[in-house]
Write a protein that binds this ligand. Sequence first.
Ligand code: DP6
Length: 325
Amino acid sequence: MKKTAQAPANIAFIKYWGLKNNELRIPTNGSISMNLSGLLTTVTVEIDDALSKDDILINGKADTDRSERVRKHLDLIRNKVGLKTKARVATHNNFPMATGLASSASAFSALTFAAVSAYETSLSEREISILARQGSGSSCRSIPSGFVEWIGGDSSESSYAQSIFPPDFWDIVDIVAVVSTDEKKVSSTQGHLCVLTSPFFSARLSHIDVKLKSVKDALGKRDFDRFGSLIEQEALELQAIGMTSKPPILYMSPETIEVLQFVQKLRENGLPLYFTLDAGPNVHIFVEAKNKEKVLKELQRISSIKELISNVPAAGAKIVERHLF
Ligand code: DP6
């Protein structure tokens, strides 16, 4: 059986940053995100009795160091569905990998969705998100649609993502200002292991539940200014924890700071827009749809921005007809 799935990357408003259980990827806290319409990964999985080993092609390349992580994930899925047959896998991103644009989220959610379907097993959305989570934590949030909450939980079965609002709930746009397409030096996986070395991590945990509640509330009320200031605080808190970890992790570049300050300046001049950041130098800028063109025009003036990618809230992982091979 051959199946192809497509899944979006997602951007977290409240971040997954730190783990309670590294092996099962149970996070220290819950998180909230939005699926991104313009950052997509497509994965084709074909089950084939003739294979003695999984055959994996990632964005056209065989046997990269990422192949092992994919094999391990296929083993987990096979274990869940009770089958042993190996698979042929190809993946394709429509954006650069490992630059903090969350390629592991879209990749592992599409992989999980395609593999579950190729092994002809029917699992619930929650079960698929639990499987995806174990491949890459943030990928569990790309399985459900629109605005999504990952319930942190304290066991594998209680750590899953669910939709809190559908894609058409709110007309907001995430403009990604790409300032670098280089591979990041410190992966998120490594970052999660360092958080406990920051003296600020315990302070984060002491107010994280209030933050989660406030963001959900601002989203529910479509209160753009409150939502925006909450996501900026959260983005900077994640950077502060990285910078004070041992060894320190500095994800921002001079170009990142230039964009952040530009956003602040435009806001002072009366344009409502807010930023968030992930574990990388690129900046996500949130605007209400009615202001998108105006903001794009302003951002085009910054020469250090290599590309602007506009995203609206998107559906989660889905099966598509067009195979990659
Ligand atoms: C900063 O999901 O990439 O983007 O579970 O090791 O694959 P692994 O980590 P990953 O971490 C994402 C971290 C983040 C914040 C977020 O998306 O919530």
